[in-house]
Design a protein around this ligand. Structure first.
Ligand code: NAD
Length: 446
């Protein structure tokens, strides 16, 4: 679906009027194109710790144009702020004010990325205060950036190195156009597991991935993105969506499995199909979801139960089958689609928010169950995404929801798909039990 307002205010008279009236002026976001550079322009690595030096050396090895100090008037593609050694809130001022001075030189669609440590692994109140302070400052900075630029942070657990595989994997994701609609967010790296791909364009080469709800919308975009990244894809959807499912499956040269995921045997059907047709199963993306909105005062049992059944109960049952299967033991990945409604709440969506909050709880407690065999499970929480679901919203509510984020626009299904593809890759092996919002930094709610 097209965002006509964004087109009108992007040039000519519309642009002038929007500027004069102080109206939102969304810009076209830099999205990943195969073969495109990771980032356009020099990358400033700020910080004087050993972790900053090591990171700068690694980025030089990637062929990036790295600076340790900003040059006057030079446009920067990205600013990376390494805060891994801060021990007290008073330590934050110098590095943070230094990047403040460089922000005017940040190019459109540029990136600010912080690397710091989790507050939970701090040794005392002062270092916890400094680490938690990074959270507040990054989220505020993301709200100040303009022209499609984003700010996101990596949180390293305990004493993990700034160059641990998933720190580098997440850094690549945040620098690239794959994270176009991720803004004001953190990813926690909890272990040194994971590895960067041999071919950055095919990080899922050799993997077999299942996507539920793949006949249309976000699910179809996930299937296309996983295929682009080298995976063989199994596309699952209800029999009623069979024609659309077959069309997307043909397009991505995958196989279609007509299946209602609420069936008791859904997990086994998925495993059997993947193994019989493709010889293995590496990734499961729980994307299928439904809404049956009503104020709670008007909610009936059928609406409540059907949303819980599809959006969370089916995932729990399928995961049980996956975890019990000998075919899902080689560093497998589960990525589940939650929603910002499950975090911040949304009027008329008590059932949906209960199911999506449920996804987040499920992911946190399933993560330790997958650790012993190198498996990970994470959730992605989309905000306002341009799909048939959001196209059905009344005009005024839709327009308000679309602009109520730092990037002043809705996301595309492919933005959600890119985050899922990253979490499904070997490069994210050190990230588990996390929820990554793909919401342009929604301004409403938590
Ligand atoms: P959509 O309605 O366009 O597509 C959902 C797909 O899931 C459909 O093809 C449908 O047939 C399938 N499905 C439904 N029930 C099923 C079942 N029992 N078994 C198998 N397949 C089933 O929705 P979408 O907008 O693409 O959303 C995809 C996911 O993203 C959902 O989990 C949704 O809750 C979530 N989400 C969407 C948005 C948004 O803005 N569109 C925002 C946050 C979260």
């Amino acid at each position: 679906m097209t965002d006509k307002y964004a087109k009108i205010v992007s040039k000519g008279l519309g642009k002038d009027v929007a500027k004069r009236l102080g109206l939102p002026q969304p810009v076209e976001l830099r999205r990943h194109q195969p073969g495109a550079p990771l980032i356009d322009g020099p990358v400033l690595v700020n910080g004087d710790s050993r972790g900053a030096d090591d990171l700068a050396t690694t980025l030089l090895g990637w062929g990036l144009d790295v600076r340790r100090h900003a040059l006057p008037k030079e446009k920067l593609g990205a600013i990376i702020v390494v805060l891994d050694a801060v021990q007290h809130p008073e330590d934050l001022g110098k590095p943070v004010l230094t990047i403040g001075a460089s922000l005017r030189d940040l190019a459109p669609n540029g990136r600010v990325i912080t690397l710091s440590r989790t507050a939970g692994s701090a040794s005392g109140p002062a270092s916890a205060a400094a680490r938690q302070g990074v959270d507040g400052l990054l989220r505020s900075l993301a709200k100040e950036l303009r022209a499609g630029a984003t700010a996101n942070g990596l949180l390293l657990d305990a004493d993990l190195a700034t160059t641990s595989p998933s720190a580098l994997g997440a850094l690549r994701f945040f620098l690239s156009g794959r994270s176009a609609y991720v803004d004001g967010q953190f990813l926690t790296i909890s272990s040194s597991s994971g590895s960067l791909p041999f071919d950055a364009e095919k990080p899922l080469a050799g993997k077999v991935a299942v996507v539920t709800g793949a006949a249309r919308g976000i699910g179809a975009a996930i299937a296309r993105t996983l295929h682009r990244d080298g995976a063989k894809v199994v596309l699952v959807d209800v029999p009623a969506a069979g024609d659309h499912l077959a069309a997307v499956a043909n397009e991505v040269r995958g196989t279609a499995l007509q299946l209602d995921i609420t069936r008791d045997d859904a997990g086994h059907r998925i495993i059997d199909h993947a193994v019989e047709r493709h010889g293995r199963l590496d990734v499961v993306v729980h994307n299928a979801g439904i809404t049956r909105d009503r104020l709670l005062a008007n909610m009936d049992e059928r609406r409540w139960q059907s949303v819980i059944a599809v959006n969370i109960a089916a995932q729990l049952r399928i995961n049980e089958a996956l975890l019990a299967s000998e075919h899902f033991k080689e560093r497998p990945r589960i990525v589940s689609v939650a929603s910002t409604s499950g975090i911040a709440g949304n009027r008329g969506q008590t059932n949906y928010a209960a199911s999506k909050g449920g996804v987040i709880g499920m992911v946190r407690l399933t993560a330790p169950l997958m650790e012993s065999f190198g498996g990970t499970i994470n959730a992605v929480a989309p905000g306002f995404i341009e799909t048939e679901m959001t196209a059905r919203m009344p005009f005024v509510i839709r327009e308000a929801a679309r602009r109520a984020n730092s990037l002043r626009q809705g996301g595309q299904p492919r933005d959600v798909a890119e985050a899922i593809a990253f979490l499904a890759s070997d490069a994210a092996g050190g990230i588990s039990g996390e929820v990554l919002r793909v919401c342009g930094q929604q301004l409403v709610g938590a």
